[in-house]
Design a protein around this ligand. Structure first.
Ligand code: Z5A
Length: 216
């Protein structure tokens, strides 16, 4: 059985991750790919409970290390229960956020050292890394404007502009440092234009995987 492909979708608030994951899934399904759609934090009942702890606004201040460790606790469960078994079955896993979000939010946003995050990444994930990461990038005000239209704000969405600026800058520097894995898509465009760009990336991924199979 050929191992599946691990795709992550990243970006700031309201850039259109959920909307475009549906499009990505439709395109890959119609190409005959078996899919596992999931998200972080979350993806299993236990990890979804941790998500609620992380996103609910609360009076008690959440220490940065508590937030970081909860993200990785949820991730450890998600990898063991969902991601690794699906990849082993040959499914393509599409995950709405993964460890790049930890670098962007807990690293860039909260200021936790990237080497501490990297140590946890190595410990919790071993060799597991995404094969492709699609970064939906838009100016912070565009994404926040879309997210705020939904009403009730979660604990992250209540942060200030400066926090989101650092998150976006960290995502862009991760993409620059990992050009083989990242594809940046301009999410400030109309949905039709975003999906045209996504279609190009989908064609590229399908061709790369077909090429690998043919050569093995
Ligand atoms: N977090 C973290 O800190 N560390 C970690 O390691 C991880 C996560 C894994 C939950 O993530 C929070 O967890 C997140 C970071 C933190 N912070 N927050 N908040 P989440 O992914 O569940 O939450 P989110 O970023 O807030 O997702 P979202 O607001 O649902 O955004 P989205 O999925 O990117 O957007 P959407 O729902 O697809 O679209 C938003 C609206 O815009 C919707 O009405 C669409 O119809 C519209 N839209 C989308 N695209 C377009 C275009 N192109 N034009 C016009 N309108 C559009």
């Amino acid at each position: 059985m050929t191992r599946g492909v691990f795709i992550t979708i990243e970006g700031g608030e309201g850039v259109g991750k959920s909307t475009n994951i549906q499009y990505l899934a439709e395109q890959l399904s119609s190409a005959g790919i078996a899919l596992c759609l999931t998200r972080e934090p979350g993806g299993t009942p236990l990890a979804e409970d941790v998500r609620k702890l992380l996103l609910s606004p609360r009076e008690e201040a959440v220490a940065e290390n508590t937030e970081l460790l909860l993200m990785f606790a949820a991730r450890a469960q998600h990898i063991a229960q969902v991601i690794e078994p699906a990849l082993a079955r040959g499914e393509w896993v599409i995950c709405d956020r993964f460890t790049d979000a930890t670098y962007a939010y807990q690293g860039g946003g909260r200021g936790i050292s990237l080497s501490k995050i990297s140590d946890l990444e190595q410990w919790v994930q071993g060799e597991l890394r995404p094969d492709y990461t699609l970064l939906l990038d838009a100016p912070v005000d565009v994404g926040l404007g879309r997210a705020h239209k939904r009403g009730e704000l979660d604990r992250f969405e209540r942060e200030q502009q400066d926090f989101f600026d650092k998150v976006r800058a960290t995502y862009l520097s991760l993409a620059k440092a990992n050009p083989d894995r990242f594809r940046i898509i301009n999410a400030a465009q109309s949905l039709a234009e975003v999906q045209q760009d996504l279609a190009i990336v989908i064609t590229e991924m399908l061709a790369a995987v077909a090429g690998l199979k043919a050569s093995s």
